[in-house]
Design a protein around this ligand. Structure first.
Ligand code: PLP
Length: 420
């Protein structure tokens, strides 16, 4: 499969090699000969497995899907009806590339409220989710062969995007406090010159770890000194279990940080809506790139989130969502303590959807996967989350989607498979 949304069908007019033209007969290899060199990046298979779901009877800890109980359906039907009735000229029309002005103004207010800094009009734009922002950043900043630095491990979707834009990806070590800033400093001193440093400071996907306050300051200072653009992904930032938040990197260094945000976890992934905040020249280039992707994010979603947010529904509903995810994590933690054998270790997230489990010595997470599925539980092995080696004995577990009872059963099944 070529695209996450299932299948790009190359048209005969765009296929580059006459060999693959239907008029001359499709070759046995299908259309693959026509694919661009950039399609050869690794990782798609793993993400496709996650998105494909699990066989019946298997409890999946694999996909980091928001829990549908957090979707604000009851208020949305009224807002949606009102928008279609009274505001179709805006909500159903093409929107400006950077976003509908009233929604951008709401976004700026929201950045100020949640991150303590208000972006200027040229420092903010609307995107079609966090993933589009990653692709726009790649399109704008990454030439083939450019170095990109990432936390090791990191979000698979970002790794896939960097591979597709033919970046040379360098993993920087993490520990329980997030990215090890001294490790990055050593690499920079040794000559690494990344175009971007991609970081997920809160409740990271896949590890659940959070970058400490001290390291946030040190990281911004280091990157400013070396002229490295920090690409901060705040996908889970507002899903803290206790409602608290450390300062975002963007609020600490708006001159050296490009922030990708998303409403997928706060609202619903179905709206495909997010934002980019950063230096004005970078945002202008991202907007130029968006002209060649979707030209604008859906107006209906922008107006929907704006109306929802202006009416105070985020403040009203987020505490319940946070409590739901916190309670899910507690269920997993209880089950870990009860069932996991000696030699297992796990991260202790303070928010988000994920925990990162280390298996006892000698166990291989990839090899164990089919036994796990036979035993009725699915997970994602750690290796694909690393740009290089690593993760053989690690696995990502998502606790966002299953019910607490199911989570308990899933962990018990997993523990039985690990014990062998
Ligand atoms: C860290 C991170 N960034 C970005 C995304 C993409 O989110 P969106 O749905 O906004 O494209 C995800 C989705 O799982 C994620 O985990």
């Amino acid at each position: 499969m070529r695209s996450l949304r299932g299948g790009a069908t190359p048209s005969p007019c765009t296929a580059r090699r006459p060999l693959s033209c239907p008029a001359m007969g499709v070759t046995e290899a299908g259309w693959s000969q026509a694919f661009a060199r950039r399609t050869r990046g690794a990782g798609a298979a793993e993400l496709n497995t996650i998105l494909a779901g699990s066989p019946p009877g298997v409890l999946s800890l694999a996909g980091g899907f928001p829990n549908p109980a957090t979707f604000p359906t009851t208020v949305l039907d009224e807002i949606m009806m009102r928008l279609v009735r009274d505001d179709a000229g805006v909500a159903l029309q093409y929107a400006p590339v950077e976003g509908i002005p009233s929604f951008r103004s709401y976004l700026a207010d929201r950045q100020e409220q949640t991150q303590g800094r208000r972006p200027g009009p040229s420092e903010l734009m609307v995107t079609s989710g966090g993933m589009e922002c990653i692709a726009l950043a790649c399109q704008s900043l990454v030439d083939p062969g450019d170095a990109v630095a990432v936390e090791a491990p990191t979000y698979l979707g970002a790794l896939m995007a960097f591979a597709r834009y033919e970046a040379e990806v360098h993993g920087i070590a993490m520990d329980a406090d997030g990215l090890v800033v001294e490790a990055l400093e050593e690499r920079l001193a040794a000559g690494l010159r990344p175009k971007l440093l991609y970081v997920i400071p809160e409740y990271q996907n896949p590890t659940g770890r959070t970058l400490s306050l001290e390291r946030r300051h040190a990281l911004v200072e280091l990157c400013r000194r070396h002229g490295v653009l920090i690409f901060e992904d705040v996908a889970y930032r507002e899903i803290s279990f206790d409602g608290g938040a450390l300062p975002s990197l963007w609020s600490l260094g708006p001159d050296v940080v490009l922030q990708a945000g998303t409403f997928s976890k706060l609202f619903a992934p179905g709206v495909r809506l997010g934002w980019a905040a950063g230096p004005a020249d970078v945002i202008a280039e991202l907007a130029a790139a968006k002209q060649t992707t979707d030209q604008c994010s859906g107006g209906l979603g922008q107006r929907l989130v704006e109306e929802y947010g202006r009416a105070g529904h985020f403040e009203a509903n987020l505490p319940a969502a946070r409590e739901l995810y916190a309670s899910h994590w507690r269920a997993v933690e209880r089950a870990f303590e009860r069932h996991m054998p000696e030699g297992c270790a796990w991260s202790e997230p303070a928010g988000g959807f994920f925990t990162w489990l280390r298996l006892p010595d000698g166990l291989d997470a990839l090899a164990l996967r089919s036994a796990a599925v036979e035993g009725g539980v699915a997970y994602v092995p750690g290796a694909p989350f690393y740009p290089g080696d690593g993760g053989r004995d690690e696995i990502r577990l998502a606790f966002s989607y299953l019910s607490e009872d199911e989570l308990g059963v899933a962990v018990e099944r997993l523990a039985a498979v690990i014990r062998g």
